[in-house]
Design a binder for this molecule. Structure first.
Ligand SMILES: [Zn+2]
Length: 393
């Protein structure tokens, strides 16, 4: 790699005047090569720049930026820009600066971990959050200690140096490297923190990163994967989390540092309530079954407030009480009462073989075993009742 482009000479360059050297038609649009560019192509874990090219009063969005086989920077645009055209290129600076903050923050964290624990960064991805994969395991406490050290590096506002060591001197230098390098080596150096071969773009001084926050850590491929955010992304993350904590503390009328305790209390209360409801249901079922009177050996019971599982449990209990030959439990699906969930149980009839004719007659679906069937009838209560008595009598 030559490192000759404008974005390497000055990573803070936001605009450029350049000439279109070539413009080729491809499937997705047109690939434009410029005489010089401030658009960074995707590479080394860093996404490509966004922005636009302006010329002769028109403006083209730059959809993607990549390097071609000959290492030239190729800008993908939607319309043809003829060779020889002079263009004014502008990059999305907020997007780029955020990438520079996050990328430099990653160097600090990976470098400190490498120096403290000897682990390598074996995978790196920049998206909404930045992830780094390490070759060994850390505890969360160790990761938090690294985070504190990393933020101290920011407060020291150290220079982020870029240099190109002479080929012969490489063997005597200690530096991290993500893959075997060929050609010119570009080293990124932060005093007492990191030295790493890298072709990405970085801030000039560590103070520009603002803040580094590690978000989570999971075991991953024999090591760990850390999620982190730096700079503007850390600020947005803080804003978002503060909004959630504020909403929760307002809902619960507690102080921000009391939300965990308050939520836990509510969850405990909810478990207690569930247990109480289960006991009341038990009592209800007992009293209800006592009050039901069979007609021709059949009981049809309508229950408004039972879900699938409760309905099934109750039907089973009614059946086992021996009060009826056929126990039918119905629950309306909605307020219109034109459809009912059903559960039927019997010890003397083969319900499985009758399910087909019941469903056919009552516009229903469902099935089950010889002893118990369940499903939905899309019919009224009277229609269901009439059909059940006719079929089972
Ligand atoms: Zn880098």
């Amino acid at each position: 790699m030559e490192f000759g482009e404008s974005f390497y000479r000055d990573p803070y360059k936001k605009e450029i005047e350049a000439e279109v050297l070539s413009c080729n038609t491809v499937k997705k649009g047109f690939e434009v090569i410029l005489s010089d560019t401030c658009f960074y192509p995707e590479g080394g874990g860093q996404p490509s720049d966004r922005g636009f090219l302006e010329y002769n009063g028109s403006k083209q969005k730059v959809i993607d930026v990549q390097r071609d086989k000959e290492e030239r920077v190729v800008h993908l645009v939607g319309e043809e820009i003829p060779a020889g055209t002079l263009v004014h290129g502008v990059i999305d600076w907020d997007f780029r600066f955020s990438l520079m903050q996050n990328h430099t923050g990653e160097h600090i964290v990976s470098g400190l971990i490498n120096r403290t624990y000897g682990y390598e960064n074996v995978g790196f991805h920049m998206g909404d959050v930045l992830t780094i994969d390490l070759s060994g395991e850390l505890s969360w406490e160790q990761a938090m200690e690294i985070e504190r050290k990393a933020n101290r590096v920011i407060w020291q506002d150290l220079p982020v140096e870029v240099f190109f060591p002479a080929e012969g001197s490489l063997d005597t230098l200690y530096y991290r490297s993500k893959k075997e390098l060929t050609g010119q080596v570009r080293l990124i150096n932060i005093e007492d923190t990191d030295s790493c071969a890298c072709c990405g773009l970085h801030v000039l001084r560590t103070g520009e990163i603002g803040v580094i926050k590690l978000l989570s850590m999971i075991r991953y491929k024999g090591g760990v994967r850390i999620e982190m955010v730096c700079g503007d992304k850390a600020l947005y993350d803080y804003e978002e989390k503060l909004t959630h904590v504020t909403d929760i503390k307002n809902l619960l009328s507690v102080k921000p540092n009391e939300v965990t305790g308050a939520v836990k209390r509510i969850m405990d209360e909810s478990v207690e309530k569930s247990e109480k409801i289960a006991k009341l249901n038990e009592k209800y079922a007992h009293l209800r079954i006592e009050s039901l009177v069979p007609k021709d050996g059949i009981i049809i019971d309508l229950e408004e407030d039972m879900n699938n599982i409760e309905l099934r449990k109750f039907c089973d209990r009614l059946n086992k009480s021996g009060k009826a030959e056929v126990s039918v439990l119905l629950a309306p699906v909605d307020d219109e009462k034109k459809a009912f969930q059903y559960v039927m149980a019997s010890e003397s009839h083969d319900l499985k073989s009758l399910a087909g004719s019941l469903n056919k007659e009552l516009n229903g679906r469902g099935g089950g075993s010889r002893e118990m069937i369940q499903g939905t009838f899309f019919s009224t209560y009277d229609e269901i009742s009439e059909a059940v008595f006719r079929i089972f009598r």
